[in-house]
Ligand binder design. Sequence first.
Ligand SMILES: [Zn+2]
Length: 354
Amino acid sequence: MKKILSCFLVCAFLCTGLYGCGSKKTELIEEAKDLTLSQEISITPEQNDYGIPAYNFLKHIQSNYPGRVAGTEKETEMAVFILSVLLNGGYAESDIAIESFEIDDSTPMMDEAIQNVFDGGEKSNSSQNILITKKGESEKTIIVGAHYDSAGTHGVDDNGSGVSVALENALRMVNTPTYYTIQYVFFGSEEPGMYGSRAYVESLSEKERENIILMINIDTVLAGDYLYLYGGKVNDNGTVDNTEAVFKAYEIVKEIGLNIQLPPDGNNDYPYPTGQKRSDHAPFNDIGIPYIYFEANNWENGSPVETEKNGLIMHTDMDDLDFIENEYSGRVQNTLSSYSILLYSLLQENNWEQ
Ligand SMILES: [Zn+2]
């Protein structure tokens, strides 16, 4: 009994907030291996089909993983799905780490009432990040992040879309040589207060921090009227610096000819071009890591209200692929392909360190 108890305590200690929690990783990976993926979502991306694999992932998320509420069974099932896609797409178990952390519901991220259509099943106070490392020539690392939990909705906009774009890219890059090391991080439990990204940043050693030269956060890129890029750190006096990365990314947008823009200037609550601390880039920004944040939204009236026609889609029962496709013909494919092209292009650059 004592032995069992002490093992339990030691194991529980090791599994709190540290990399590579062995048993949880093994458990999730075994489940991922048992999952059979349909033909449609197990194909390797072709050279020029940007956004198509992402769309297929999103359709699968819509049908199978609604209500991925932080800490619930559905959130864990989604983690298993992500692992299954990555293993099937050519990543080895040794490329993957699972980072476990604890959550509570005391700090809801947004004021807007969340319409809970799905509850996600049984709830615990535990969640996890999924980390996949694709080595480059350099140890210097670009993080590509997307949270996979959701409100009690289908969560295709927030944030099945970001997960799908990141997954497509991970499969595209698996055998593509890059100068920088890329680490994809699928964050758990963003909605109740960015638990996953905060746990990730807190766990970094000094050397790991120094090696991260850029964080690209993809959150809610499906339904908004316009496609945006944000970046930069707001100082105590209201000025913004650390904007080099986002302006460089915007130059790349213009070179390619994508219809993606910087947010409008003029709102003191959201100093240009930051879009502010509304997602998983925030903990990285707080420790001075440059970020680029992809989001589809509508800032024409000075604050983030996703669509002119329906207001906010995220966190409402309108965050549903069928609804979004019916309301906004062609938007979903266009958005996924634009951000997929941009992400791929940004990861081809070998001069992010300035
Ligand atoms: Zn989100």
